[in-house]
Design a protein around this ligand. Structure first.
Ligand code: NDP
Length: 281
């Protein structure tokens, strides 16, 4: 039976490290958060980010803009925060209203204030193994893997999902650890080859958003399974992996909820501190 890889205790440990880093900074880091319009999902994220920031000693500056904000006025707002020396990090809450293209807008955040780690300059640094600010979910997955003590050198690692926010940057971070990385996506499933790849995985990471996509019986004996997926099924939240069967075969497995999720906001706060450090240098 697999050991559970729970995010919360690991997040608590990392938060202690963050607190101690903050105590060595010249001033309290400031995170500016922008929400455009009303959205219950965004509001829940804001509440959780604000709470985490404040317990760590990070100032959380919340800016709510109206639903009809244009791209031009949002860019102007971002540029104001860019030139405000008291602000260390900027985050744009999702979802955004239809008139705003996140990909376009997010590139206007200065790379050194891009605490989500999604600016092309920060993503590019991952390729060179030089990134200081990492995208939050891939960073959370790397922390979970690190907590198992497994050496990724030469391991067969299979990543299912190749999104810009999870699968692609994560694959580069794994490569940097000399894992043998296979990236599966819709084309892999379309060719009927997903099972074949998953069966080979000594470490399996799934970030798709389809409940039950990965059958428990496909999991290699003693594999490490990180399930990033979040799916609502009836009144339950489940991942992409059939947990009950997978748990019997894996050596470690993340629960959903309670695995990757609790770590991502902690990774965001770590980025804020990293940004503050870069700006103080
Ligand atoms: P996206 O929808 O952006 O990406 C999903 C990926 O899965 C795409 O690369 C897609 O390929 C691929 N895919 C879709 N169907 C299949 C299939 N049948 N077989 C193989 N690959 C497939 O989602 P995200 O990356 O943003 O998120 C993935 C999941 O992780 C979601 O459930 C999301 O809620 C969750 N998530 C959880 C976080 C957490 O903190 N725990 C944080 C971020 C995300 P293609 O694009 O080619 O169709």
């Amino acid at each position: 039976m697999a050991k559970l890889l729970e995010g919360k205790p690991l997040a608590e440990k990392i938060k202690e490290e963050i607190k101690s880093e903050i105590s060595s900074l010249k001033k309290k880091p400031v995170l500016a958060s922008i929400q455009v319009g009303d959205n219950a999902g965004a509001e829940a994220y804001v509440k959780s980010q604000k709470k985490t920031a404040e317990t760590l000693g990070i100032e959380y500056q919340f800016h709510k803009l109206s639903q009809d904000t244009t791209e031009v006025s949002l860019i102007e707002f971002i540029q104001k925060l860019n030139s405000d020396k008291s602000v260390n990090g900027v985050i744009i809450q999702m979802p955004l209203p239809g008139q705003i293209d996140y990909k376009k807008i997010s590139q206007f955040i200065l790379p050194e204030k891009d605490v989500e780690g999604m600016h092309p300059a920060n993503i590019g640094k991952i390729v060179f193994g030089k990134a200081k600010i990492l995208p939050c979910t891939p960073a959370a997955v790397m922390e979970l893997l690190n907590s198992t003590g497994v050496n990724l050198y030469g391991k067969e690692v299979v990543v299912v999902g190749h999104s810009e926010i999870v699968g692609k940057p994560l694959s580069l971070l794994l490569l940097d650890k000399f894992a043998t990385v296979t990236i599966c996506h819709i084309g892999t499933s379309g060719a009927g080859k997903l099972e074949e790849h998953v069966r080979k995985a000594e470490v399996l990471i799934v970030a798709v958003g389809k409940a039950g996509l990965i059958k428990g019986e496909w999991i290699k004996e003693d594999a490490i399974v990180i399930d990033v997926g979040i799916n609502r099924v009836g009144d339950k939240i489940v991942g992409d992996v059939e947990f009950e069967t997978a748990e019997k075969r894996a050596s470690y497995i993340t629960p959903v909820p309670g695995g990757v999720g609790p770590l991502t906001v902690t990774m965001l706060m770590r980025n804020v501190v990293e940004a503050a450090k870069l700006q103080q240098q």
